[in-house]
Design a protein around this ligand. Structure first.
Ligand SMILES: O=C(O)CCC(=O)C(=O)O
Length: 314
């Protein structure tokens, strides 16, 4: 079932009918979503490029409990800031990428600015605990410092939803171009599978599919626009999901009212980043790996050690 929907939305000829895609900006989606109220008192302030939490519009997909979408809570300058971080700063060693051994990651952005082919070669980088695509097992040996700005932003969002102990420990930055797709998968490598997963979209739009715990369940298709944050929590945390299609954005929220907002992000040469964004989507996918009481993965052995004597005694 999941694969059929993936193929349907991926198809170029014939192109899919997008009328059943949940679009939060279109009238008629009210049956598919419910508004999630955020506490009005003690609002969270405007930091990390985010608007104050009282301005956020938050929805849960009715058929997929735990699948939450915050409709673009970023300011325009905020979106620019995170685009710059993903293209210029996070694309540096010691972060790992799909171009390791092919192109020097440290020089990628400089080359990418004048060479579209180089720009499109970068498909992912990993931060913090590096995701191992083959074994799907995190390791204490394959870990670098998690960027403190991204940690600050995601943990700020997590607190708005009451996840006060959420720790941003691993991230994948996915770089998509107009023909890119991401096939169906679940994210289950983390030790802590109760902690939600936060996923930020920037640039061009995407169709996001979310199914159930097996590939037999029918997925919902949701249109994600630049700035939207998806939270996969509760029943949806371990659900199959995919990106079968990138779509041309119908607006450019990274371009609105920038001249009225003072920010260091105004000083960078934005047109180079804007050129990249015209045919690309960036996704920042952040997870907590460890249990709250763990400081590293090897703590699991220590934890198990205390469990074993109980059943030896029995
Ligand atoms: O690009 C997206 O919206 C989803 C990315 C994703 O599913 C992942 O990195 O596991």
């Amino acid at each position: 079932m999941f694969k059929q929907y993936f193929k349907y939305y991926k198809s170029r000829n014939p192109a899919p009918d997008l009328r059943s895609v949940i679009d939060l900006e279109k009238a008629g989606c009210e049956k598919s979503v419910r508004k999630v109220p955020l506490p009005a008192e003690s609002p969270f302030p405007s930091i990390w490029g985010l608007k104050p939490s009282t301005d956020w519009q938050v929805w849960e997909i009715v058929d997929k409990p735990g699948l939450i979408i915050i409709r673009n809570p970023f300011t325009s300058i905020g979106q620019r800031f995170w685009v710059v971080q993903c293209l210029r700063d996070y694309s540096k060693k010691p972060n790992k990428s799909n171009i390791d051994g092919l192109i020097d990651l440290d020089g990628w952005w400089e080359k990418a600015q004048c060479n579209k082919e180089t720009a499109e070669k970068l498909r992912w980088i990993t931060l913090g605990f590096h995701h191992n695509w083959d074994t799907k097992i995190y390791s204490d040996m394959e870990k670098d410092e998690f960027p403190c700005d991204l940690k600050g932003m995601i943990e700020h969002v997590s607190k708005v939803f009451g996840y006060d102990t959420f720790q941003a420990e691993a991230a994948i930055i996915n770089y998509y171009h107009m023909n890119s797709t991401l096939s169906g998968h679940t994210d289950h490598s983390e030790i802590n599978l109760e902690a939600p997963l936060f996923s930020v979209s920037l640039g061009q739009s995407a169709i996001f599919l979310l199914g159930g715990h097996t590939i037999d369940e029918k997925p919902v298709a949701v249109l994600l626009r630049s700035g939207d944050i998806v939270i996969m929590s509760k029943e949806s945390r371990l659900s199959y999901h995919a990106v079968p299609r990138i779509l041309k954005a119908d607006s450019e929220p990274w371009n609105s009212n920038t001249e009225t907002i003072a920010s260091p992000a105004r000083d960078i040469q934005w047109d180079l980043f804007e050129e990249y964004l015209k045919s690309s989507r960036i996704n920042i996918n952040v997870r907590q790996v460890l249990q709250p009481q763990q400081s590293c993965l090897s703590d699991v052995i220590y934890f198990t050690y205390f469990v074993i004597p109980n059943w030896i005694v029995m």
